[in-house]
Design a protein around this ligand. Structure first.
Ligand SMILES: [Zn+2]
Length: 242
């Protein structure tokens, strides 16, 4: 077994658990980056684990600045009874009126109703949102793929951190994967991401032709992209504990 595979490659800061150090053997210098998906700060430890001490010193020197950066992150929306949850682009109130029953939502009242024991509320709420995301994304994908006369062999919905969607074509078939968090964005944003990934069934790039095709599939490319740029971080705050 090579030496490196037995070593740690990440560490949590002793002072602030939101700060995580990552060993990057090829990196040249220590760097600090906001990790909105991870709801914290990612610090690059270049080269060897021995540099961890240097990185920690660097972080503690810059700690005031880091705190200011963390303040700008969207406020966490833990799944708790009475808490607010961004869902379909609007703020819903999460209610857990009973232990048993099927989760549902009421658009008029802005209520997300998830019957559960307090200990299982967070898990049940997340599973409900994933199910809603899967249904909405599957529908949109099929609509756009059939407009293009293309077939999608597999659609998956996951908790991806860096991309809202991806499209892979292999011999075994085409596979489109999405972040479940898109269900928290307005429906036109979710639909745009589905159209974007389906347009990749025709163009594997982001060429002019690709964007032209996106515009044919949906007429909200610009506002949807603007929404994701401006509010995308908020999607990562949904269900976050801190
Ligand atoms: Zn793309």
């Amino acid at each position: 077994m090579p030496e490196s595979s037995r070593e740690n490659t990440s560490w949590v800061d002793e002072k602030d658990a939101r700060i995580i150090y990552f060993l990057r053997p090829r990196a040249r210098r220590i760097s600090i980056k906001m990790d909105t998906a991870g709801r914290g700060v990612a610090v690059t430890v270049p080269g060897h684990a021995r540099r961890l001490k240097d990185a920690q010193k660097f972080v503690h020197e810059k700690y005031d600045w880091i705190l200011v950066q963390l303040e700008t992150m969207p406020v966490a929306q833990p799944f708790v009874d009475g808490g607010e949850v961004l869902f379909r682009g609007e703020l819903y109130k999460l209610y857990s009126p009973s232990l048993r029953g099927h989760p549902s939502f009421n658009k008029e009242l802005g209520h997300l109703i998830v019957p559960a024991h307090p200990d299982t509320l967070a898990g049940r709420t997340k599973r409900f949102l994933i199910r809603e995301a899967r249904e909405a994304l599957t529908n949109c994908t099929h609509v756009h793929a059939s407009t293009l006369g293309k077939q999608v062999d597999k659609i998956s919905v996951r908790d991806t951190s860096s991309r809202w969607g991806s499209c892979v074509s292999r011999k075994s078939g085409t596979h489109i994967s999405y972040s479940w968090r898109l269900v928290c964005a307005p429906p036109f944003v979710l639909d745009y991401v589905a159209a974007h990934e389906c347009a990749h069934l025709v163009h594997a790039d982001h060429s002019k032709n690709f964007w032209g095709l996106c515009d044919e599939l949906v007429d909200t490319v610009k506002p949807a992209k603007a929404w994701l740029r401006k509010h995308g971080d908020k999607l990562h705050a949904v269900g976050a504990e801190n």
